[in-house]
Design a protein around this ligand. Structure first.
Ligand code: ADP
Ligand code: ZN
Length: 731
């Protein structure tokens, strides 16, 4: 008999401890296997963290432990899920983020292998079955059987499903003349691209490549203006690493950018590339994951969770657009791919390369202090000029006329010019949907999400109200539920409204729209981008998805329709995010042969994030924003952690939050600042009420130690759940 100690699939701090079960079956089971167990009258998946032989009566063990031990219902895996490297990494991530280990494992593994119940229904390995001959002896066979045997023998192997005479085939198998060969099938069709001779590196690119190779630091930050050819640097360095027999992990921040990076890598290293991102089906993900684990390929191009790809012997980890917030997972364990990349880099002795035109303040500050090695690309390829940028003050009535209150006279004029010249434009509006809220004209009722309590966005395409925080949707009502009045007004605008306005003003313009609504349909994003690249549309309208990374040669106008949106986000990083977004968006203009321009519309034309973005002056922004962060004691000057308390009873939650804050103050003394209790932006989660507090501390180790103590104190309370977000982004 074996005793296994398992972690239960619920990623909850109060269940973050091992539970024991016994197993008497014949299957192999060990640390790192998933098992099916009964937990509180429910069948759940457990992850084995310890396993030992036990040959005395179970009752004696129960006596020793002081509780009853249940039996393992079944062992799910045939081999451990993770290799030693990844297990060590899981421990490091768990420790850094102070999250239940099971949540780390769930983030690391693809759906089919995840330690959770739903994985049991997820796709398994798919096979193609081939028939091949093992014995040509025709003695004792019927004529029909001989005919089929000869046919099969005449080819090397044939797909079983291609053979129509199933019963005859079965007889041949029974008589041991032919046999079935199962071959794993790959469900992701990776496109094939023609090899393209790499361009000769520019002097600047070559200098960066040499400096990277000839120095021995662990983390590098490549700060290169938009269009300076960072991708070519990545490819060049990757090639070197592959030549040394090592593997490369190439991360991009979101799915809209994977197709482009994938194409670059496939063109250069065809056959050696695996793809991992959220737009793959679970089956495709599973196949790619196994392809990587088997050592069949040495490059992985993927999004955030690809940082956990089971590559071995990693020589280089690259994070492109390292500043993008989607590198941070917004659910437990709230990990940031950059931190994990650095942990993994250390494990493998691999260099980590972070690239961006607008590095995150955190990374740039670390580079300033020589924690990271700073590399710079300061000019665009072919010395192309940066786009000439105009800021339009929407508050100045001279800039607007009655034809449109969304597009200024200047922006309309430039759009017309682009259309007349047969070039292309990008319009950025960082909000999807049609109207940002709907309210009743009579009583002022605002339609809000019943779970999150934030205003619902109106989407016209499907005539629905949607919560942009959770998954909640409902049909657009035709009258107010409070007073019954049918005059409902739509306030604010998003991508759908912009597209409509373009059609009204420029009836002949062909438009495409790209936002996360488009992402709901698999493969839609790359299709839209490809369509725009093929010039089958004149104007691309979209959210931040269109701002980063893309290289469209014919775009000569970028319009930021309302730059203010980002600046009102509830986070200390709102200036930084707005600056990055605008700078990146402007950087899409005039990248190839033609010069480009950009227009920024705003009600706050003097805001430094906007004026400096218009000048594309990263260094200047960095200095100014650092000053603000220093005054406010925000990162990179401090380390942050937020704690969320969730519970069904409001009073319990409030009391516990206050107790927790008292305890924190007690522990930290004057070594940290504790802010709260705060009601979060979205104050509910399901039927639970949330309260948070925020800790600012200069001493990272102290912060970690105090928090881990506090979590263990709170983890055995059942009326509330406490979770921690290390280096949080939103508040
Ligand atoms: P970034 O990521 O820095 O914004 P890209 O890597 O997209 O810039 O490069 C911009 C453009 O310059 C691309 O079209 C790329 O193919 C081209 N390019 C890059 N390096 C070279 C080079 N050495 N010679 C010629 N063209 C190059
Ligand atoms: Zn909601």
């Amino acid at each position: 008999m074996k005793i296994v100690e398992v972690l239960i699939e619920y990623a909850n701090n109060s269940l973050n401890r091992p539970f024991s079960y016994f197993y008497k079956g014949y299957k192999r089971v060990d640390t790192g296997f998933r098992v099916l167990v009964n937990f509180n009258h429910r069948e759940l998946v457990g992850y084995v963290i310890n396993c030992y032989d036990y040959n005395e009566p179970i009752s004696s063990l129960e006596e020793k432990l002081g509780f009853k031990i249940g039996e393992v219902i079944d062992v799910i895996d045939e081999s451990p899920l993770l290799n030693q490297d990844l297990l060590d990494l899981a421990d490091q991530v768990t420790d850094y983020y102070l999250s239940p280990k099971i949540s780390v494992l769930q983030s690391m593994l693809p759906p089919s292998l995840s330690p959770r119940k739903s994985s049991l229904k997820a796709p398994k390995i798919a096979y193609d079955q081939y028939v091949y001959t093992i014995d040509k002896n025709e003695d004792g066979l019927t004529d029909k059987q001989i005919e089929l045997l000869r046919l099969i023998s005449s080819v090397d192997k044939v797909l079983k499903r291609d053979i129509k005479q199933v019963s005859i085939l079965n007889k041949l198998i029974e008589n041991k003349r032919v046999d079935i060969l199962k071959v794993e099938k790959r469900r992701l069709a990776i496109p094939s691209y023609e090899y393209k001779e790499p361009p000769k590196l520019t002097v600047e690119q070559q200098r960066v490549v040499d400096e990277f190779k000839n120095t021995n630091d662990s983390v590098y930050l490549l700060e290169g203006v938009t269009g300076s050819g960072k991708t070519e640097v990545y490819l060049n360095l990757s090639e070197q690493v592959l030549k040394e027999g090592k593997s490369v992990l190439m991360l991009v921040p979101e799915i809209s950018l994977t197709p482009m990076m994938m194409e670059y890598y496939l063109r250069r290293f065809e056959g050696d590339v695996a793809i991992l991102h959220s737009a793959l089906t679970p089956a495709e993900k599973y196949d790619e994951y196994r392809k990587i684990a088997s050592g069949e390929c040495h490059i992985v191009v993927g999004a955030r969770s690809a940082i956990f790809a089971p590559l071995t012997n990693i020589g280089l980890i690259i994070l492109d657009e390292e500043h993008v917030e989607s590198y941070k997972q917004d659910t437990p364990p709230f990990y940031h791919a950059r931190e994990v990349a650095i942990m993994r880099g250390k494990q493998h002795n691999a260099k980590v390369l972070l690239g961006s035109a607008t590095p995150s303040l955190d990374s740039r500050a670390r580079a300033q202090k020589n924690v990271y090695h700073l590399l710079k690309l300061e000019t665009r390829i072919n010395n192309k000029e940066l786009p000439k940028t105009t800021i339009i003050n929407l508050g100045d009535y001279r800039n607007i006329d009655r034809d449109s209150y969304i597009f200024s006279i200047k922006l309309r004029y430039e759009i017309q010019n682009v259309l007349d010249r047969g070039e292309q434009a990008i319009l950025l509006i960082n909000r999807r949907g049609f109207a940002s809220s709907v309210s009743c004209r009579k009583c002022g009722h605002i339609f809000k999400c019943p779970t999150c309590d934030i205003a619902l966005t109106y989407h016209r395409t499907d005539n629905m109200l949607k919560c942009h925080h959770c998954e909640y949707v409902c049909a657009m009502p035709n009258k107010c539920p409070e007073c019954g009045d049918d005059r409902l007004i739509k306030i604010g605008f998003g991508t759908e409204r912009i597209e409509e306005e373009i059609h009204r003003l420029f009836p002949n313009a062909r438009t495409l729209r790209l936002d996360s609504d488009s992402a709901k349909i698999r493969a839609k994003i790359p299709a839209i981008i490809e369509e725009f690249r093929q010039k089958r549309a004149d104007i691309l309208i979209g959210t931040q998805m269109i701002a980063k990374g893309h290289d469209f040669p014919d775009v000569t106008l970028v319009g930021v329709v309302l730059a203010d949106i980002g600046l009102s986000m509830p986070t200390y990083r709102s200036n930084e995010m707005a600056f990055q977004l605008i700078t990146q968006a402007i950087g899409r203009s005039g990248r190839k042969d033609k010069n480009g321009i950009a227009i920024i519309q705003t009600y706050i034309p003097n805001h430094y994030a906007i004026t400096i973005a218009a000048r594309q002056n990263y260094e200047m922004f960095y200095r100014q924003e650092m000053e603000y962060r220093r005054l406010q004691s925000y990162p990179p000057y401090t380390f942050l952690a937020s704690i969320t308390i969730a519970g069904k009873n409001e009073e319990t939650v409030i009391i516990n939050t206050q107790n927790l804050i008292d305890m924190l103050n007690n522990q930290f003394g004057d070594k940290a600042q504790v802010l709260g209790p705060t009601t979060p932006y979205a104050p509910y989660e399901g039927n639970k009420i949330l309260r948070t507090c925020l800790i600012k501390c200069r001493d990272q180790k102290l912060l970690h130690d105090v928090l881990s103590k506090i979590i263990s104190v709170y983890s055995n309370r059942t009326s509330i759940n406490v979770s921690v977000n290390i280096d949080p982004y939103n508040f």
